[in-house]
Write a protein that binds this ligand. Structure first.
Ligand SMILES: Cc1ncc(COP(=O)(O)O)c(C=O)c1O
Length: 381
C-alpha cells in the first residue's frame, strides 16, 4: 500500500523514537514482530461474522492458556485497572469488606480501588520484597471472617515478587472467600490454572507478558462470582461484567467497541506460543530469561529486592549499590540504548528494575548486562 501522506509517519516516528532503544521495561514492553505486523490490518466491524470468529478463537485460546473450563474469559476495551475496578463493583456488596493483601504499589492501588468504590478494605501488608505467606492469610481471615473476598497481586511489579498464588487461593477457599487476582504482570509468564486453583476473578493487560500494545484487558470469572453479580446493585454500565457475558453469549462480541488490533495481536501471540511448543515451553522461556537476568546482576555484586524463592519471572527489582542513585543507573542505561524501568514510587532512588517481558532475544540480555557492568564501573569510580 503506498502512502499519500508519508511524512506524517516519518514525523511521528521521529517524535516517539528519536533514538533506538532496547526495552527492558515494566510495560508497555517490546512486541514480537508478528504482533506489529498483524496489528496493521485494515479495520472491520465488531458486529461482523469475521469479528465473531476472531473473538471466539481468542477467548478459546486464552481459556486453554489459563486452563479455564468452568469459568468465563471476557475481553475488555481498557487497561487492567478497569477490570480491577469491575471486580469490586460487580462482586462485592455495597459497604461490604475485602481483605486486600499489599506487598507493594499495585496492592496499594487495589486498596484505593476498593475504597473509592464504597467498599471497605481490610489490609494485610508485608514489607518490600516479601511475599504474602499462606499462614499470614490464614491468620488475617481468621481475624476477619466478615470479608467477602481476598485480593492477591500475583506478581508485584514494583518489587519483583511473585506471590504463592496457588497456596494462597487454597487458604482463601478454606475460609469460603472469593479470590480476586491481579495477574497484570504475571499472566503469560507465571502459570495459572484457573479452575484447579479455585480462582474467582483473574485479570491481565495486553501490554505485559504477552507483549502486545496496551488497550486490551482480559478478565476471567468463576461461575460463583458471576452468580453473585446478579444480586449486586449498581454495577455500572461500562464494566458491568454480566453485560459482557450477555454479548459474548449472544454474538461473540462486546457491549461497546473492542480494541480489534490488540485482539488480533494477542491472538497472534497465542498462536506463537503453540508454535513454540505450547504453554510450558513458553513459560520456560520466561524462567530462563529471568534466571539469566538474576544471575547476571548477582555476578555484578548487586542484591535483589525479592526474597529468595519468590522472585518474579517478569521483572527483577535490584537494590542500587550503597552511595549510588538507582535513577542515575536507569538514566545512564537509557543513554546507552537500554531502557530499564526506574525504581517504583518510594524506591526510585534506592533501586532500579529490569523487565524481561515481551520480545527479547537472549543477545539483548547479554548486551544489557555488559552495559550495566560498564555503567556500574563508571559510577563506582
Ligand atoms: C501488578 C499490576 N497491577 C496493575 C497494573 C495496572 O495495569 P494497567 O496499567 O494495565 O491498568 C500494573 C501495571 O503496571 C501492574 O503491574
Amino acid at each position: 500500500m503506498s502512502l499519500k501522506y508519508g511524512n506524517v509517519v516519518e514525523e511521528l516516528y521521529k517524535l516517539v523514537w528519536p533514538t533506538p532503544l532496547k526495552l527492558f521495561t515494566a510495560g508497555p514492553v517490546a512486541c514480537f514482530p508478528e504482533v506489529l505486523e498483524v496489528m496493521k490490518f485494515q479495520m472491520f466491524s465488531h458486529r461482523s461474522k469475521e469479528y465473531r470468529e476472531l473473538h471466539k478463537d481468542t477467548v478459546e485460546r486464552l481459556a486453554k492458556f489459563a486452563e479455564v473450563r468452568e469459568g468465563t474469559v471476557l475481553l475488555f476495551p481498557s487497561s487492567g485497572t478497569g477490570v480491577m475496578e469491575a471486580s469490586v463493583r460487580n462482586f462485592i456488596t455495597p459497604n461490604g469488606s475485602v481483605l486486600v493483601t499489599v506487598i507493594g504499589e499495585f496492592g496499594s492501588r487495589y486498596r484505593e480501588v476498593v475504597e473509592s468504590n464504597g467498599r471497605k478494605p481490610i489490609v494485610l501488608e508485608k514489607g518490600a520484597g516479601e511475599p504474602v505467606l499462606p499462614e499470614d492469610l490464614d491468620e488475617a481471615l481468621t481475624k476477619h471472617p466478615e470479608v467477602e473476598a481476598v485480593t492477591i497481586t500475583y506478581n508485584e511489579t514494583s518489587t519483583g515478587v511473585l506471590n504463592p498464588l496457588k497456596e494462597l487461593a487454597q487458604v482463601a477457599k478454606k475460609h469460603g472467600k472469593l479470590v480476586f487476582v491481579d495477574a497484570v504482570s504475571a499472566m503469560g509468564a507465571a502459570d495459572i490454572k484457573f479452575d484447579e486453583w479455585g480462582l474467582d476473578v483473574v485479570f491481565t493487560s495486553s501490554q505485559k507478558a504477552f507483549g502486545v500494545p496496551p488497550g486490551l484487558a482480559i478478565g476471567i470469572f468463576s461461575k460463583e462470582a458471576l452468580k453473585k453479580a446478579e444480586s449486586i446493585p449498581n454495577r455500572g454500565w461500562y464494566f458491568d461484567v454480566l453485560k459482557y457475558v450477555h454479548y459474548q453469549e449472544k454474538e461473540w462480541s462486546t457491549p461497546s467497541t473492542p480494541p480489534i488490533p490488540q485482539i488480533i495481536g494477542i491472538n497472534a501471540m497465542l498462536r506463537v506460543v503453540d508454535l513454540m511448543g505450547g504453554k510450558h515451553a513458553w513459560l520456560n522461556m520466561y524462567l530462563e530469561r529471568a534466571e539469566m537476568v538474576r544471575s547476571g546482576v548477582k555476578n555484578l555484586g548487586l542484591e535483589l529486592f525479592a526474597r529468595k524463592g519468590y522472585e518474579s519471572p517478569t521483572i527483577t527489582a535490584v537494590k542500587a549499590p550503597q552511595g549510588i542513585d538507582g535513577y542515575e543507573i536507569y538514566s545512564r542505561m537509557k543513554a546507552r540504548g537500554y531502557e530499564l524501568a526506574a525504581g517504583y514510587g518510594k524506591f526510585k532512588k534506592t533501586s532500579f528494575r529490569i523487565g524481561h517481558m515481551g520480545y527479547m532475544p537472549k543477545e539483548y540480555i547479554e548486551e544489557m548486562l555488559q552495559n550495566l557492568k560498564e555503567v556500574l564501573n563508571e559510577l563506582r569510580r
